[in-house]
Design a protein around this ligand. Sequence first.
Ligand code: ZN
Length: 322
Amino acid sequence: MGYRKKDSKNQNDIFAQESYRVRSLMSQRKRKNELKARIILFGTGLVLVVVLTILAFKLAGLNKNNNGNGDNVVEAGAPSDNKNETANKEKNEKQEQSDDQKEAVNTVAAKGKKRWLRDGLDSSKPMVALTFDDGPYTPVTSKILKVLKKYDACATFFVVGSRVPTYEDMVKQAYEQGNEIATHTYNHTNLTQVTTKQMKEELRKSRDVIKDAIECSFSNLRPPGGNINDNMRNNIKVPMIYWSVDTEDWKSRDAKSVLKECKVIQDGDIVLMHDLYPSTAEAVQKLVPRLIKQGYQLVTIDELFYYKGIKAEAGKVYMSGR
Ligand SMILES: [Zn+2]
């Protein structure tokens, strides 16, 4: 019994020691597990903070782009239906607060949405929109601007973007007189012959140079050569403007011939000319007073659409204000 007892006692000791070892091992493991859990928790937290910070920066970047008209390449400057309308509105409200700027630009032009519109035109009276492509070119554009100013008339200049930096003063003057500055692409590119990416680039660059010259962008495009395809219809987010009267001034280079082509003008006509030829300026000097005498109001493309109740849509082609 004694041995047994002793054995039993020893066994009990061994059990006790084992049990202590197991307990201590378990508590060590527990501590390790707790430490592991803490490390994982801390790691996850850290990753979460980093991810959230990156997201916050990205969002801030996006907002910045939107405010600055960053990537809306083809959407150029459509005054209405613009995603950045709020930003533009704020910008224009700030502009309106500045008296200097108020005087510098056409009074209605400063109101953003109606920037190519003048108040006080009579929608019940006939209108005609003279349009000039391929410029600016000071020797011709300046003469046209002088006549327009004299008769309180406005027209639309579809400028070639690459020419704008050279003749920036013409663009500014045209704009300040209330004329519309629209685009004829950057390099006078046939947009049906290029990739969508190149097409967007043409319009983005045009927008940039126009914005550098005046504080807003264009709202209409005249496709070079009158070339249009479905890709343009689907991707260009401003209306595309054709014409109802072709003066063929580039062909005749003769003022009399240009005037002859304009003999039968109708209400809502869009007249195609080019401010590259002295003969065109010569024709305009006679055409403007003649049209005014006939009772026409000489208006921009935006004015023509607005006063004729036409809601010009992006990517659609318009030949007249009828
Ligand atoms: Zn052209």
